[in-house]
Design a protein around this ligand. Structure first.
Ligand code: NAD
Length: 479
């Protein structure tokens, strides 16, 4: 077991109290981390404000070189980072290794903006005048992240924040703080200056709130649940901060009668059970055209039965535990509600039995049929290895069912009909649409939620824009 410290203003600190970090596969305490206080939050923010002035005045090239160095260190330490990630979050080691690469790609990608942050010179309305629109860093940024991709999301926030010349104070989730702290060690080694990147561990309701309420930061970039995001938005209103909110989803997965069925089946399995179903863009509700429903379902069941639940560090395991007990109990509640409302559990629907699963937060891969659109399992984000499956009659009905949600993060459509594809592009109320393929956004796309799934977004040139503010300058000259 390791006693971790948190990073404030370039110094590692133990704080005044600690909290345990559990391994969700066996409930053992794998580490402790400090419990930051509101005073710690304010100190980290004040240090960030001091450090940001010098950091923002460095050239883009200097900042880019530090990000490149950081990326190289992530690559060098990949096995260690993946082990820690797998143990604190519960994802299979192969997935953890993939997440480390995914995270590193943000450092590499945003380093390329070292010479590419651009302003405008537009024609002035008056003679002897210049009109410039100048991009500048927002200043101090607060990043608040969830537990499901604690390593990659650290870098998804840090890379654009830092290349734009901001300082970032990051608060990882209580259950998965170690990946962010490990990344902070590498940031220091790469040459990120004191105060430019701090990591505070502790409770969202205490240190998270203090960070959001402080007068110092100008931007809060948050990834997490809709409920917390709404609360953050309300709190940020008092100081008129910019908020960028990446929140939950309830992605529909529509399979039409002309689809490549084998590909649809395999993708439906992958996009539901990846990371134990704990992905914001996961297939949360599968809709099958009535003509292919039976055929799809029997192949789907076969494929789901092949999933191997077990110790995430063991090779061949494809499904780890849920991240914590409340999350496990939430999944159980949704399944029980569905059962009570008349749904049929085709496979799973319970915790696995046996010595290997005595401790830890395990749940069997579960398929549910006989569901109705108004059931909670079809409306609320389950975020677990559970998939409700429903039939529909035609494309119009499929679209209507897909859009019948307060969420609007992602959607999947399997069809080879160009008219349907183009209609989906026009009519699907989501920020991310996957056609004939599974999940996995590109760093240069724009990861954004519509409706209650979010405000603003991450990645690419549009994501970078969140970390900049623009100043319009009117200059009059003589002669
Ligand atoms: P959560 O909202 O419970 O926690 C997220 C973060 O907010 C944590 O760091 C937590 O400590 C902090 N927090 C909690 N209360 C706070 C408060 N009052 N003030 C400030 N901070 C506070 O979410 P979670 O359970 O960690 O994550 C799962 C959710 O995240 C799911 O809904 C998932 O869909 C979503 N998610 C979205 C994306 C995306 O890109 N859209 C990506 C990953 C996860």
């Amino acid at each position: 077991m390791t006693d971790y410290q948190m990073l404030i203003d370039g110094k590692w600190e133990s704080g005044t109290g600690t909290m345990p970090v559990l391994n969700p596969a066996n409930e053992s305490v794998m580490a402790t981390v400090p419990k930051a206080t509101p005073e710690d939050a304010e100190r980290a923010l004040a240090a960030a404000a001091r450090a940001q002035r010098a950091w923002g005045r460095r050239t883009g090239l200097e900042r880019g070189n530090i990000l490149r160095q950081w990326a190289a260190l992530v690559d060098k330490n990949k096995p260690h980072l993946a082990q820690i990630l797998s143990q604190e979050e519960g994802k299979p080691l192969t997935e953890a290794l993939g997440e480390i690469d995914f995270g590193r790609s943000w450092l590499e990608y945003y380093a390329e903006f070292d010479r590419r942050i651009e302003g405008d010179i537009v024609s002035a309305d008056k003679p002897n005048e210049q009109l410039w629109i100048v991009p500048q860093p927002v200043g101090v940024v607060v990043g608040i992240i969830p537990w499901n991709y604690p390593s990659a999301l650290t870098l998804r926030k840090a890379a654009p924040a830092l290349i734009a010349g901001n300082a970032l104070v990051l608060k990882p989730h209580e259950d998965t703080p170690l990946s962010a702290l490990e990344m902070a060690k590498l940031a220091q080694e790469a040459g990120v200056p004191e105060g430019v990147f701090s990591v505070l561990t502790g409770a969202g309701e205490v240190v998270g709130e203090a960070l959001v309420k402080s007068r110092i930061p100008r931007l809060v970039t948050f990834t997490g649940s809709v409920e917390t995001g709404k609360h953050i938005m309300r709190m940020a209103a008092d100081t008129v901060k910019v908020v960028s909110l990446e929140m939950g989803g309830k992605a529909p997965f529509i399979v039409m009668d002309d689809a490549d069925l084998e590909s649809a089946v395999k993708t439906a399995v992958f996009s539901r059970f990846l990371n134990c179903g704990q992905v914001c863009i996961c297939n949360e509700r599968t809709y099958l055209h009535k003509r292919i429903a039976d055929k799809f379902l029997s192949r789907f069941i076969e494929e789901v039965k092949k999933l191997k639940v077990g110790n995430p560090l063991e090779s061949g395991v494809t499904l780890g535990p849920k991240v914590n007990k409340p999350e496990l109990e939430k999944v159980e509640r949704y399944v029980d509600d569905a059962r009570k409302s008349g749904a049929e559990i085709i496979i799973g629907g319970k915790r696995p039995s046996g010595e290997a699963f005595k401790n830890g937060y395990w749940y069997e891969p579960t398929i549910i049929t006989n569901v109705r659109q108004n059931m909670s399992i079809m409306q609320e984000e389950v975020f677990g290895p559970v998939i409700p499956v429903m039939e529909f009659n035609d494309f119009d009905e499929g679209l209507t069912l897909a859009n019948d949600s307060r969420y609007g993060l992602a959607a999947y459509l399997f069809t080879n009909d160009m008219n349907r594809i183009l209609r989906a592009v026009r009519d699907m109320e989501v920020g991310e649409l996957y056609i004939n393929r599974g999940p996995g956004e590109s760093i240069h796309g724009f990861h954004t939620g519509w409706k209650q799934s979010g405000v603003g977004g991450d990645d690419g040139k549009y994501g970078l824009e969140e970390y900049l503010q623009r100043k319009t300058v009117y200059i009059r000259y003589q002669g």
